[in-house]
Design a protein around this ligand. Structure first.
Ligand code: ATP
Length: 236
């Protein structure tokens, strides 16, 4: 069974139809990417998955539960965790305090501490800066904090919105290495990216979204080779 099953999803902001009947699914253990131009409806789709935006039609089944059955403040506890575009970190808290915030609903202090150490192994830069206020970090370091904090929530399904946004190419590579490491640890992921090439290279499957609709889908390798994808999204 799929961990996530989305059927005929529709979302409207007033009169603007941002998502127009979208179907997709994510199997347990998969890394799936959703690519598309600015304004295609990708962020809206992610926000709808975690209950931040209410759909006007269709259904979302996560881990066997239909949308509406999990309260929006309860998604993290159910393992559905989003790292938003722009990171959403707490600038006035330290790196370590931000990581601890990811575990706010947990009581297993010993496990939390060992997972923080694990995050520091993945991101040695964060270990060096654990007492620094997160707001004073570079963009790449802030992305690392946001991903580390999400890991502390023990995600079953991790939603990453534009993790490479605004980062230097060398940092983007690092972030993508980490995405692959997280995937190897068995976390299922949905990756939304403008950097379609890198996203498809690390993913098993992909979906292309255009003007609120899914227009192409398939194994990531096939999409990478697809003429239309190459012209529209890979700058070829
Ligand atoms: P981007 O990569 O630029 O974030 P996207 O594919 O994530 O693009 P969305 O942010 O989901 O696209 O936006 C889809 C459409 O919905 C756009 O036309 C956008 O202007 C509109 N939209 C998004 N958020 C709102 C909102 N809060 N109120 C009204 N319209 C919105």
């Amino acid at each position: 069974m799929s961990l996530l099953e989305v059927k005929n999803l529709q979302v409207a902001y007033g009169g603007i139809q941002a998502v127009r009947g979208v179907d997709f699914h994510i199997n347990q253990g998969e890394l799936v990417t959703l690519i598309g131009a600015n304004g295609a409806g990708k962020t809206t789709t992610l926000k709808t998955l975690i209950g931040m935006v209410k759909p006007s039609g269709g259904s979302i089944t996560y881990d066997g539960k239909l949308n509406g059955t999990i309260a929006s403040h309860d998604y993290v506890r159910h393992g559905l965790v989003m790292v938003p575009e722009g990171r959403g970190i707490f600038g006035k808290l330290t790196v370590e305090e931000n990581l601890q915030m990811g575990a706010y609903y947990r009581n297993d202090q010993a496990a939390i501490q060992s997972e923080i150490e694990r995050v520091y192994e993945l991101f040695p830069r964060l270990k060096e800066r654990f007492k620094q206020l997160a707001g004073t970090l570079s963009g790449g370091e802030q992305q690392m904090v946001a991903m580390g904090r999400a890991m502390l929530s023990k995600p079953k399904l991790l939603l990453l919105d534009e993790p490479s946004m605004g980062l230097a190419p060398i940092i983007v590579e690092k972030i993508f290495e980490i995405i692959q490491m997280i995937a190897k640890e068995g976390v299922t992921m949905l990756l939304v990216e403008q950097n379609a090439k890198l996203a498809l290279e690390v993913s098993q499957r992909g979906y292309v979204m255009e003007s609120g609709r899914i227009t192409m889908s398939g194994p990531a390798r096939e999409l990478l080779d697809d003429e239309r994808v190459r012209n529209a999204y890979l700058g070829e």
